[in-house]
Design a protein around this ligand. Structure first.
Ligand code: SF4
Length: 172
């Protein structure tokens, strides 16, 4: 016997289209795992049975940017690599979000050197930063929950006809 046994007549719920879209969107975030160095090991751990990212609807890690809406940048980003990371980000469809995972990604970490980008927000719009070297899997899950919180406050029309500014042209 389940809930349906209690429903003796047609019922209804009230909500808004925006709330339904945001609810669906935040519970089906598909990550693009941009694992560049050691932080990536902890990122992989969140998908295992112990941490079980599937609880949040985000276990579907996609290695194609066109099927992803969350880029998790995990690791030390060199200037040489930054162009690749940006290009993959540009290939992701809108709406999309970014997590900077770990000290290196957020600030350059211990690598105060000419070859390492001192924070990926120099070339990417970061939504959530995650502290740690490396961050624990729980910390990354917390970052995902923060992304879900951001998404839950969006409206469906927020992303309509968004101009493709980063590609150097906009819709006329
Ligand atoms: S923050 Fe630490 S664990 Fe993460 S990539 Fe940098 S050195 Fe490696």
């Amino acid at each position: 016997m389940g809930l349906e046994a209690k429903l003796t007549s047609d019922g209804f719920i009230t909500t808004t289209i925006d709330a339904v879209i945001a609810w669906a969107r935040k519970n089906s975030v598909w990550p693009m795992p941009m694992g560049i160095s050691c932080c990536a090991i902890e990122m992989m751990a969140v998908a295992d049975p112990k941490y079980d990212l599937a609880r949040f609807g985000s276990e579907v890690m996609r290695f194609s940017p066109r099927q992803s809406d969350l880029m998790i940048v995990a690791g030390t980003v060199t200037y040489k690599m930054s162009k690749v990371v940006r290009k993959i980000y540009d290939q992701m469809p809108d709406p999309k979000w970014v997590i900077a995972m770990g000290a290196c990604t957020s600030t350059g970490g211990m690598y105060r050197t000419y070859s390492v980008v001192q924070g990926i927000d120099q070339f990417l719009p970061v939504d959530v930063y995650t502290a740690g070297c490396p961050p624990r899997p729980e910390n990354l899950i917390n970052a995902l929950m923060e992304i879900q919180d951001i998404i839950s406050k969006t409206r469906g029309r927020d992303f309509q006809d968004k101009p493709l500014l980063e590609m150097g042209f906009s819709k006329q």
